[in-house]
Design a binder for this molecule. Structure first.
Ligand SMILES: [Ca+2]
Length: 325
């Protein structure tokens, strides 16, 4: 560098500056275009997909019969999915779609039930939580403008006081006009209470996974599914919404699987009744959500699973019920 003339150094500086402005400008334009596209897609996407009287249901209203069978449970993509193990499942009935806001509202109207996210957190059971996280609320996905490389999920997951099933994005959001969307922001106790009220149960992990496969044989497919609400683009900053939705979709927008079940994969994660790796404070959730992308969380597969704190409600997590024969 010492041999460079003052003029040459100035030229380098100017070129670098111009390049920097160019990159910053392109990034800014990208965010504006991307943000507009997300808003446009969100506004244009349908609010209802299934007909009010879906007549495919059998003996039990709104449920499909899943035949029994034996299968190799699990998958090989992430460590928590293995080892593959043989499981047998008896025939059972399962909700054709995720429980909707309208359905959950009927339960609340009938029982006066108050969900976990609508109650302040008990300081005795959670002495380590900061005060802002003891307020009634839920964890909400908020698309960030930018992320650092730390992988810290707090960059896109925020605990928002006042977020609950009626206000899934926070206190200034609503489910009005979204009766056919899956209900979210429910904790483990909430979904068990709903299932009991209906005289039903939550699926076991094995039931859920068997049902999600829809009778598919052979090694599980690891590709991102086309007929499901997942995330196309780079999570968490760029969502092209090629599947028609940048956020949640109403239930039943994609083709049902071979057992007549909608949205087993994608849209919202679903609670099961199983504890995660024997931990009584965590439940197994299945199916992935609209936030699952190839670059981050390729869990849009029947064999994928995650552990979820039973008393923590989240904006990408719903459920469906079963009746055992
Ligand atoms: Ca999507």
């Amino acid at each position: 560098m010492g041999k460079l003339t003052l003029l040459t150094r100035s030229k380098i500086l100017i070129v670098a500056l111009v390049a920097l402005i160019g990159v910053a400008g392109a990034a800014l334009a990208f965010w504006i275009v991307s943000g507009e596209r997300v808003a446009r897609l969100a506004a244009a996407s349908p609010k209802k997909c299934l007909e009010a009287n879906d007549t495919r249901s059998g003996v039990l209203s709104g449920m499909m019969r899943v035949p029994g069978g034996k299968f190799e449970m699990g998958d090989t993509m992430y460590p928590e999915e293995g080892p593959l193990r043989t499981r047998e499942v008896k025939a059972f009935w399962m909700d054709a779609h995720e429980v909707t806001n309208d359905e959950f509202a009927m339960f609340v109207r009938a029982t006066g039930y108050v969900t976990v996210a609508e109650r302040d957190v008990d300081a005795v059971t959670h002495p380590d939580l900061p005060p802002e996280m003891r307020k009634a609320g839920a964890v909400v996905f908020v698309m960030p403008n930018d992320v650092d490389g730390s992988g810290d999920i707090a960059q896109w997951w925020q605990y928002i006081a006042g977020a609950n099933w009626r206000h899934p994005g926070g206190p200034d959001t609503t489910i009005e006009g979204r009766g056919d969307f899956p209900v979210v922001a429910l904790a483990g106790a909430d979904v068990v209470a709903y299932a009991k009220w209906k005289g039903r149960a939550l699926p076991t992990e094995a039931q859920w996974e068997w049902a999600a496969r829809g009778g598919a044989k052979g090694a599980p497919d690891h590709e991102q599914p086309k007929a499901a609400n997942s995330w196309q683009g780079i999570f968490p900053v760029m969502n092209s919404g090629d599947d028609g939705f940048v956020g949640l979709a109403p239930v039943g927008c994609y083709k049902a699987n071979a057992y007549g079940l909608y949205d087993m994969i994608g849209n919202v994660w679903e609670w099961t009744r199983d504890a995660y790796n024997g931990d009584p404070k965590r439940g197994v959730i299945k199916g992935g959500s609209y936030l699952c992308a190839p670059n981050y969380c390729a869990r849009y597969r029947a064999g994928a699973r995650q552990g979820q704190e039973l008393d923590l409600a989240a904006s990408h997590l719903g459920f469906r019920t079963v009746v055992n024969e």
